[in-house]
Write a protein of this length. Structure first.
Lengths: 492, 471
């Protein structure tokens, strides 16, 4: 097919943001919202079409586009396979939801907000499409600018601190990756990853390059001990910002491990597995304990995200089929669940302007629909069978058991802690005693909110009960990833 | 002989025009506007002359003057940036009563000096060009002669610069003494590392050049002069002499000093690292926008020098690309300053920018693009500038230089973010006059468009620069 479908996908949001810039409305922002909603839904359907027409029986990159970009040096190369397509669809799904959520939650400078979200979408899709290290870096870093503004302009009281912390942490992590990318270029003569997969980077360089990539992905993931920016950023970001951050930006790192670290540096990946195990287990247990003690709902969910990402890194570096499939599943389902939970917090925050758990209590008596949906998401977050959260964790743990009993034991302990903090949170805000008289006057979820939440709830339950569509998509790609990894190890 | 004068047609045209507009200025009262417009015309004509001329390597005057694609590229860069700097600052000049007819003429004289600098193939001609440029700059720094700080900055610049010129001249005479020639190519043949005296001379010349591009540890004048001089002059200082200085530095490394690579490389690496670190650290606490840009320019020169430090042609090319993008960014940043007018006064403190995103959204977004580009965040132009430099540096496996450079990028991102924070996150305090300063707006717009669309065709500058070192 000659039609550049991936470029269209990437640049559609960017182009529509120009149209928003051209609208001239002073008071209402109806047409900006419609333009952005229309374009993001169009992008979503385009990505669904892409998913539909992708040949999942093949592990090769498809819809490859190649254009000379910097002379004899870097090609603008895009392509998708069974792994990246799911992240693209996740991105294009979450973006319209964010745009709907901002109808209720963003009151000032709506136009600029929508532009920032759309530009961010362009960069996020770009990250998952790029087949060239430099292009990947470009999109990976460029996403910082809109996110920095989203946190800083529309955020809460400590937004400046959080925005700076977010930006500088991520930038510091990624500059080392840039050095590594350039070094790879001089070692292999290319930055095209499909060629690098074949050329094989010399063994003596692998460890140091792997660490340079880790420095970037660990911050983005975030892994313990560089996770501290995440709770701050989540707490201060507006609802839509938190949703994008949790649902998509964190997944870039997991995707990066799968796409770059493991296939390019198989020897180093093997070598550093214990390190990742230790960091992941600390993340799972320590941040779960921290989450237990949070007073702030958003902070609690943020720490739970760190714990969930711990399962992802653990699963990826078991380097077993179950482990990696579980991690991908966990990333997709966490994308849906954390997005839903942040939206739920946003719903009550828009009404009472408080994120403190102590403000709420007994919500089930006054806003039953909201409480029902919240309960679904909370149960999904703790991994109840029948929700998508269960499958991811289960597969990761299965994979871990094959490699290390000890790691698996500790990780399983995290599941219990996860149940503890989520159930306690639910108990305190949904059930319990109502102390705050304002809660009695609360309105239940309105139409736009119910649209977003029910969509997500449906997807969470659907993929919890019927995982086949996702599994089929990435199955072949994961198999070839593991095959290549194992042959690379044997040849060394 | 007469035919070969064609080679220096741009210089001849420039000198004759300078004399004729000087006459107009002397005999006609209140001729600033006329001379200003004529100056712009002269600059455009000179660009056309260079563009229509040939790019072949030609030498005249006993090989002391050389015209090649290298010098032509820099001449065009100097002319274009002067054109933008001059025109964007016109309103500022008139509002601050700096509209003396000498102003554009002295700028043209300094351009003439820079022309000889970049075309020189001989120590004497090079020194003459450098002094013509420097003398013009001393006058420009103190052109607001009734302003205490402007005169102070002029004197400061003069004293320090004269010292560095002295060192440079001493280096030149040493070099002549030990190699027996003033011609760059002949020097190159005589210069080996066993020739200790000549290596010694190289250090003096490097010191003088480092002063001209304000690299650490010879940067002391920069913040004071930038802050003290009128903004229109500062923007000229920040852009044009830096280009000429870097061109000269590269030329010295490429031609006369090419045989003693290891000796000068260590010095340049030190200067480069020191400049990057100082540029990043010292700018953090600045409250004056011009002073901040002074420190940031020190840092940027550090990155360009990192390219030079590789001692390879790819490194020189990356440094040239870097300085070209730096010029675009700085013209944009200074042009923004011309738009911050309130009650007839131009504001230059960072705190004055607070919350302008609400009342001046276009200015705010332009500053956003320029500042993120200065910080080197992709996908803006500034990122590509740094990227090419680090590609060249890592090709030579200078890992420490690359890593320090990138870490200072993160540090310097902090103060650019601080300005963006002031613009976007803080509450608004000042509403600036909606000035009809079309030329400054056009400069800001042009610079933003180039920076934000650079990623569409990032090899544009490389294609030009790749041709400079052939032959």
């Amino acid at each position: 097919m000659n039609f550049p479908i991936l470029s269209t996908l990437i640049f559609l949001p960017l182009i529509s943001s120009f149209f928003i810039l051209l609208t001239k409305e002073k008071s209402s922002n109806i047409s900006s919202i419609y333009i952005s909603l229309f374009s993001s839904v169009a992008t979503f359907f385009l990505s669904l079409f892409l998913w539909y027409s992708l040949d999942v029986k093949s592990s090769a990159f498809q819809f490859v586009e190649e254009k000379s970009w910097i002379n004899n040096f870097i090609k603008f190369k895009l392509g998708v396979d069974g792994i990246s397509i799911l992240f693209i669809v996740l991105t294009t799904l979450i973006t319209p939801i964010c745009i709907i959520s901002c109808i209720n939650s963003v009151k000032v400078r709506v136009k600029e907000f929508l532009i920032a979200i759309l530009i961010l979408e362009t960069f996020m899709i770009g990250v998952f499409c790029s087949l060239d290290l430099v292009i990947f870096y470009l999109f990976f870093e460029a996403g910082l600018i809109p996110m920095f503004l989203i946190i800083g302009v529309w955020g809460g009281p400590r937004r400046v601190y959080s925005a700076f912390k977010f930006f500088l942490f991520t930038l510091l992590g990624s500059v080392l990756m840039l050095v590594a990318i350039i070094v790879i270029y001089w070692l292999t003569g290319t930055t095209d990853i499909t060629q690098i997969y074949e050329i094989k980077i010399p063994k003596e360089y692998q460890n140091i390059l792997w660490l340079a990539f880790l420095s970037s992905f660990a911050v983005k993931m975030p892994m313990w001990p560089v996770h501290t920016w995440l709770p701050d950023a989540h707490v201060e970001a507006p609802t839509a910002g938190s949703v994008i951050l949790a649902a998509i930006l964190l997944k870039m790192a997991g995707y990066g491990f799968l796409r770059f670290s493991i296939p390019m540096f198989p020897v180093a990946s093997e070598y550093f597995t214990p390190l990742i195990y230790i960091l992941s287990i600390i993340a799972i247990i320590y941040t779960s304990l921290v989450a237990l003690m949070q007073e702030d709902m958003k902070k609690l969910i943020a720490y739970s995200s760190v714990a969930h990402m711990g399962y992802v890194t653990l699963g990826i570096f078991t380097l077993t089929k179950q482990g990696i499939e579980g991690s991908i599943y966990q990333m997709i389902s966490h994308g849906l669940i954390s997005a839903a939970l942040f939206l739920c917090v946003g719903v009550v925050y828009d009404r009472l302007h408080s994120r403190m758990i102590s403000t709420y209590g007994g919500l089930v008596n006054y806003i039953p629909k909201y409480s029902f949906l919240f309960l679904i998401f909370a149960l999904a977050a703790l991994g109840l069978p029948g929700t998508s959260g269960f499958l991811g964790e289960f597969l990761v743990l299965t994979g871990t058991f094959q490699k290390s009993y000890l790691a698996a034991m500790f990780a399983t302990f995290g599941v219990v802690l996860g149940a503890a903090y989520m159930l306690w949170l639910t108990k305190r805000i949904i059930f319990g005693v109502t102390n705050n008289s304002e809660i009695k006057k609360l309105n239940d979820v309105n139409k736009s909110e119910i649209t977003m939440l029910v969509t997500l709830a449906f997807l969470i339950l659907f993929f919890g009960l019927y995982p086949l569509p996702l599994m089929e998509t990435f199955n072949v790609s994961v198999n070839s990833l593991i095959d290549n990894y194992e042959t690379a190890l044997i040849s060394n | 002989m007469i035919n070969s004068l064609n080679i220096m047609l741009p210089e001849i045209f420039l000198s004759l025009s300078i004399f004729s507009i000087l006459l107009i200025g002397v005999f006609k009262k209140k001729s600033f506007n006329l001379i200003f417009n004529l100056t712009s015309l002269i600059i455009i004509f000179t660009i056309l002359i260079i563009l229509t001329g040939s790019n072949n390597v030609e030498r005249i005057f006993l090989d002391s003057f050389i015209r090649d694609s290298f010098s032509n590229y820099f001449k065009i860069l100097i002319l274009l940036s002067s054109l933008f700097v001059l025109n964007s600052s016109k309103n500022f000049i008139i509002d601050n009563k700096l509209d003396k007819f000498e102003y554009p003429i002295i700028i043209l004289l300094s351009i003439l000096g820079m022309f000889f600098m970049v075309s020189a193939n001989d120590l004497i001609l090079f020194y003459l060009g450098l002094e013509l440029q420097s003398l013009s700059l001393y006058i420009l720094a103190s052109i607001d002669r009734d302003n205490l700080r402007s005169t102070e900055s002029g004197i400061k610049y003069f004293v320090l610069s004269a010292l560095s010129s002295g060192l440079l001249l001493y280096g030149c005479s040493l070099l002549y003494g030990f190699t027996g020639s003033t011609n760059f190519e002949l020097i190159a043949n005589q210069l080996y590392k066993e020739n200790i005296g000549a290596v010694f001379a190289m250090v003096f010349i490097l010191v003088g050049l480092a002063f001209k591009v304000s690299a650490v540890p010879f940067h002391m004048w920069t913040p004071d002069v930038y802050e003290g001089a009128p903004t229109s002059i500062t923007s000229y200082f920040a852009v044009v002499p830096k280009v000429a200085g870097l061109a000269l530095l590269i030329k010295f490394m490429f031609v006369p000093f090419s045989n003693i690579l290891l000796e000068w490389q260590t010095i340049i690496i030190f200067i480069s690292i020191a400049s990057m670190i100082l540029g990043a650290v010292a700018a953090m606490t600045q409250k004056n926008f011009k002073r901040l840009l002074a420190y940031s320019s020190i840092g940027h020169i550090g990155y360009a020098l990192a390219g030079v430090a590789t001692g390879a042609i790819t490194g020189y090319q990356s440094a040239i690309v870097y300085i070209s993008i730096y010029v675009i960014m700085n013209i944009g940043a200074f042009s923004c300053l011309y738009l911050l007018k309130k009650d007839g006064k131009y504001k230059e403190n960072i705190s004055d920018l607070s919350g302008i995103s609400k009342k001046h959204p276009l200015l705010a977004i332009s500053l956003l693009v320029i500042l993120f580009s200065l910080a080197g965040v992709p996908p803006l132009g500034g990122f590509f500038a740094k990227f090419y430099v680090f590609v060249a540096v890592l090709e030579k496996q200078m890992y420490a230089l690359a890593i320090i450079g990138l870490l200072t990028t993160v540090m310097s991102a902090f103060y650019y973010l601080k300005i963006i924070k002031t613009i976007y996150f803080d509450d608004s305090s000042i509403t600036f006059e909606s000035t009809k300063n079309r030329t400054a707006q056009a400069s800001v717009f042009a610079s933003c468009i180039i920076l934000s669309t650079f990623f569409l065709y990032p090899s544009f500058l490389n294609n030009l620069v790749n041709k400079l070192f052939v032959g």
